[in-house]
Design a protein around this ligand. Sequence first.
Ligand code: ADE
Ligand code: ZN
Length: 323
Amino acid sequence: MVLKAELHCHIEGAASPALVRKKARQNGISIDGLIDANGHYIWNDFTSFLNAYDRAAAVFITEQDYSDLSHDYFSSAAAQGMIYGEIFASPDHAELAGLSYTAYIEALADGIKRAGNETGIEGRIIVTCVRHFGPERAEPVARLLHTHPHPMVTGFGIGGDERMFHPADFARAFQTAADAGMGLTAHAGEFAGPESVRAVLDELDVKRIGHGVRSVEDADLLHRLREEDIVLEVCPGSNVSLGLCSGRDTHPFTALRTAGVRMTLNSDDPPFFQTSIGQEYEEGALAFRLAAVDLVAITHQAIEAAFVDEPTRQRLFQRLFDD
Ligand code: ADE
Ligand code: ZN
């Protein structure tokens, strides 16, 4: 089995319908209309997806709930050959559940460590703010990185609706996170075009872009991504599910690869898009005609772009090399 690494997975979006059902029952929360008879989340466009995501997240309330959530995701990913994963964690969602930032991060870290002890998988946490909540909510989140540092929190990012606000509105939050030593990434070029990616590169000192696939529409931007060594966290299954393209066969992955852009493969919100890191590699291999050596190169790229210290990076490269 090809060893895998993923840099783009929202932990609340990784909650399986089975775990959400269990936690909803335990915590006495209604999830009527959230999951269909086949056990799939119910949504039909980006807005209803974000709503379903928020409702699923709302059943996770206690530290045990969040520890179980990250343990579940990392254990299942390890069984698919993943050796390293970064999860987006959203303090805004924890706050809605009434959990403090430190309790939330400690709980997620506990789940990662438990999965690590059982399988050898390693993980880090990217604290993320939400674009459509605006800069007033983002800045306090970034300040938590200074007031409550945690060794497993190594990155800062932004998700949500990129059509709202402007990257410049978040420059202060990103600078605060950079000053705390965080690696930086931002979602862009998913629902908005190349101008959205360019605005992120102009305003936020990111090393990676979440999605970024619509950069394919602009040759000058592709040149810039190459020149600045930006890595795209590409999530083909998510893009197909959310209607950016009709199928993997029409996904811009190959065009971006041919243009020399650095990319990794990721699952984004796996059960919402009926995918997983294993399926992204497997279906990517078929659709983009990737041989095993190409898939290993993608894992290598992910480790190279991971928000980890150098000894950890070298250890992960070694695992890949030894395989
Ligand atoms: N949050 C969770 N999934 C997302 C996506 N695909 N795009 C933007 N924000 C998200
Ligand atoms: Zn995402």
